[in-house]
Design a protein around this ligand. Structure first.
Ligand SMILES: [Zn+2]
Length: 88
C-alpha cells in the first residue's frame, strides 16, 4: 500500500494518519511516511486538514506540499528529516 501523500512505497515505519483530525471527529486512517505526516502538520492547521478531508489533491495543491513531494520522490522510503516551515 503506497503512502497517501507522496505515493511512494512504505518503509519500516508506517504512520496511520487521520486525514480528518481525530479531535475533529475523523475516523478514517491512511498509511503515510512519518516525514509526509510531518509535512502536513507543519503546513496545515487542524481546520484546514478537516476541510480537505480525504481530498489529497487539495493538499497537493499547496506549493510547499507540492515541492516536498517532488523532493522526496527520489528518497528511500525510510528517509527521515526534520521538516520546518522555513524549508524551500
Ligand atoms: Zn510519503
Amino acid at each position: 500500500m503506497p503512502c497517501w501523500l507522496c505515493g511512494r512505497p512504505m518503509g519500516k515505519t508506517i504512520v496511520w494518519h487521520h486525514p480528518v483530525p481525530k479531535s475533529r471527529g475523523g475516523r478514517d486512517v491512511v498509511p503515510m511516511h512519518p516525514i509526509c505526516q510531518q509535512t502536513l502538520t507543519v503546513n496545515f492547521s487542524n481546520s484546514e486538514l478537516q476541510r480537505h478531508g480525504m481530498n489529497v489533491a487539495g493538499l497537493l495543491d499547496h506549493p510547499n506540499v507540492r515541492k516536498f513531494v517532488d523532493w522526496v520522490a527520489k528518497k528511500d522510503p525510510d528517509f527521515t528529516a526534520t521538516i520546518t516551515k522555513k524549508q524551500r
